[in-house]
Design a protein around this ligand. Sequence first.
Ligand SMILES: [Zn+2]
Length: 424
Amino acid sequence: MTDIAKERVLPSEIENEIQRLLRAGDHGIGQLVDVLLRQSVWNKVSDAHFEPFYGGLRVRFRLDGIFQDVVRFPNRVHEQIIARIKVLANLIPHKRDIAQEGRISQSVGGQDIDFRVSVVPTVGGERAVIRIFDPMRALFSIDDLGFPADVKSRFTQLLMDLDGIVILTGPSSSGKTTTMYAGLQHIYQEKGDHASIVTIEDPVEYELGMFSQIEVNRRVGMDFSATLSALLRQDPEVIMVGEIRDFETCQIALRASLTGHLILTTIHSGHACEVITRLLDMGMEPFVVSSSVKGVMAVRLIRKICVECRAPHQPDPRHLEYFSAYRDLSGVAFSRGKGCTACHQSGYLGRTSICELLVMNEELRSLVLKRSTTSAVVEKARALGMKNLLDCALDRVADGTTTLEEIRRVLGTSTGKANGRPVS
Ligand SMILES: [Zn+2]
């Protein structure tokens, strides 16, 4: 028996189609997976999860960072559905005790979509996660990211001198890669044929076609550091390094940025100023960090209030009290989405970025040379006028883009609390 959850993504005609396909046996299961893949693209979900759940198989879509139940299948079709996914992704269907990864390439609505599949055994049966890569979604320009005008102009300025290192930071799925792609496309548009641009990624998320993209391949020893070393011998002007995680890659990247290359990369961290101390903690010399880093941007994605069902709203007093400790919100006209079919009853539709941009200058460099603490860097950056993530988020509440609930969800405890006041 299929049990469509209350907060559903699928419209009722799809629900009926799923019921019909379930009754059609083996042949129906194949089509059923196709229906779910197509729906995931049409609904612009980032990933689809097929997970064992109370003796059955639950399918959930992640849409704008939030899970939505789509459908629950009875246990009798669990194996068949996972097997069908494995066949499509060229995995070994009868191997059910190992983790497997593969890809499905399918055309949906005339667009070639890349689905990345991961299957992992659990005690309740296999669990599959499919990430959806729609090339149309990668074609963001910096204008589309939602940065405040002053941040946008300072960020693009950092990309125009083809040397130094520019770092993006944030947790997973915070929009770092999208921002990097937008940055690279900006450089490509501005510099055109005067700059050679290469990316090193793990994996290549979107094939953009306008510059060389390299996927790391650890099996043959081509990890980030080995690929970067090899690439430097070809002397490209701009190199995007998907992520810096280890000492060696970090050292090569920083050195390269001092010898006439612009390096664009990401480091997993919370805030812009933390990245500076993180580099020092990774063993980088203060003089190398101070002379190579040009700027660090922290990004997060927040959901936007649905324009179809927006209405005035008085926020939860707890959220109001929490954020009012940081900024006077008494003049703000709050709104929220009441929920409609356009936003699948969530009240939110689409996402935008919030950010904080740390641009290095002489004063900040001297702090780095002295191995100052993160809080000293934060204090100086604030004195120089840097807006933090919380400032940016509250601006977006004040201009009606989002809600206090949403920024509390996204920033969570990262806003911290010092002397009863949220801080960055
Ligand atoms: Zn709505």
